[in-house]
Design a protein around this ligand. Structure first.
Ligand code: TXA
Ligand code: MG
Length: 349
């Protein structure tokens, strides 16, 4: 399959081009598109065949449900059994935006889209290109992140092209994404909403609007035997090809420990890498050092994380050490993804 890559400027959206992309979806094809979180790999959410194609293109297990993207609030009703009051509140506050909510689905949504579940995840993204594209596509676009299963989510169209060329019909290149981490997922089917995946919309932000918000206990730990409620969160994810270990502890000891390991591993012939904040990056003796931004700027760190992980792949690093970062606010989502990328290998020293 030939994959067409087209540039779209969000300030001057070429309607003809977007309609062409929409037509591909309506005809059962696949188009990757920018959202404010990460690039999505879109197909018609109401078609079981299209969902099947998405799983195949990503190499994704078919028990891992897709998020249905909409562009108008009135398009929610037909695909969900009920809209709980709390969900209406959150939609009013955070849609369009980086929040995904889970509802009981109607028959309109095929089980192929929901990985066999009776619930459906729905999100209204805020990126102007995404909104125009969803409308042109008929209103319901199923879209996982546009990476091969297991790899870091793409924050640039060139990373989509790396993973998806030859596998999909079109890539809409809208440049850099704004946030860099996937949406917060909240299950609205429980009595009290439960956060299944942390993101830019934090527990505090949700708590300001709702009397109580719970959190899936598997978000920050790897409790064996307990399955995460978002099926996708059980897979090794966001992972660079190199072996990644997170080292947590007092800064000077972390530096000393990592440098000791780097020295040993270099002798063994490894190409080594380090991920650290601005203020400490120069202290490490790795072959490749990548700063992830200012230590107390979680939003900046969120934006850089996947790019940094992908760059290590390009540079053929074989082992990587990362500092641990603060888990306040969006930092929780950052550490959730970093822990997954490391397969939960974190050393307390
Ligand atoms: O920001 C985002 O959410 C991006 C952009 C493209 O919108 N999309 C994204 O999709 O991250 P994906 O497929 O990579 O992650 C979706 C997650 C998976 O962990 C999946 O298991 C969970 O959402 N999920 C989807 N439907 C669900 C459902 N009905 N119940 C529980 N978890 C669900
Ligand atoms: Mg994903």
């Amino acid at each position: 399959m030939k994959t067409q890559i087209v540039q779209v400027d969000e300030r001057h959206i070429n309607k003809e081009l977007i309609q062409q992309a929409g037509n591909i979806i309506q005809a059962g094809g696949l188009v990757a598109f920018p959202t404010e979180t990460v690039y999505g790999l879109g197909g018609n959410a109401l078609s079981s065949e299209a969902s099947g194609k998405i799983y195949a293109a990503k190499g994704r297990p078919s028990d891992n449900p897709l998020i249905v993207h909409i562009c108008r609030i009135e398009d929610l009703q037909p695909i969900v059994k009920e809209i709980p009051e709390a969900a209406q509140k959150l939609a009013d506050a955070f849609w369009p935006g980086p929040l995904t909510m889970i509802f009981n689905k109607t028959k309109l949504v095929p089980y192929e889209t929901t990985g066999g579940l009776d619930t459906v995840a729905v999100r209204m993204p805020s990126h102007p290109v995404a909104l125009a594209f969803i409308e042109a596509a008929g209103g319901y676009v199923a879209a996982p992140s546009a990476n091969l299963s297991g790899r870091p989510s793409p924050t640039l169209a060139k990373y989509v092209a790396e993973d998806m060329t030859g596998r999909i019909d079109m890539i809409l290149d809208g440049g850099d994404v704004e946030l860099g981490l996937e949406s917060t997922i909240v299950d609205m089917t429980a009595k009290e909403p439960i956060i299944l995946r942390p993101g830019y919309i934090t527990r505090e932000m949700l708590g300001n609007l709702l009397p109580s918000v719970n959190e899936d206990s598997t978000i920050m730990s790897d409790e064996s035997g307990q399955a995460p409620k978002a099926p996708g969160m059980k897979y090794r994810h966001y992972a660079p090809r190199a072996e990644l270990t997170i080292i947590n502890g007092e800064t000077s000891r972390v530096i000393e420990y990592i440098n000791g390991e780097l020295c040993r591993l270099k002798k063994e012939g490894h190409k080594t890498g380090v991920i650290a904040a601005d203020d400490t990056i120069d202290k490490y003796h790795a072959d490749i050092r990548k700063t992830i931004g200012k230590r107390n700027d979680e939003i900046g760190i969120a934006r850089e994380l996947y790019r940094v992980l992908r760059e290590f792949d390009d540079e053929k690093t074989t082992v990587i050490f990362s500092e641990a970062f603060d888990t306040a606010g969006v930092g929780q989502a950052v550490m959730n993804r970093l822990l997954k990328a490391a397969g939960h290998k974190i050393l307390q020293i």
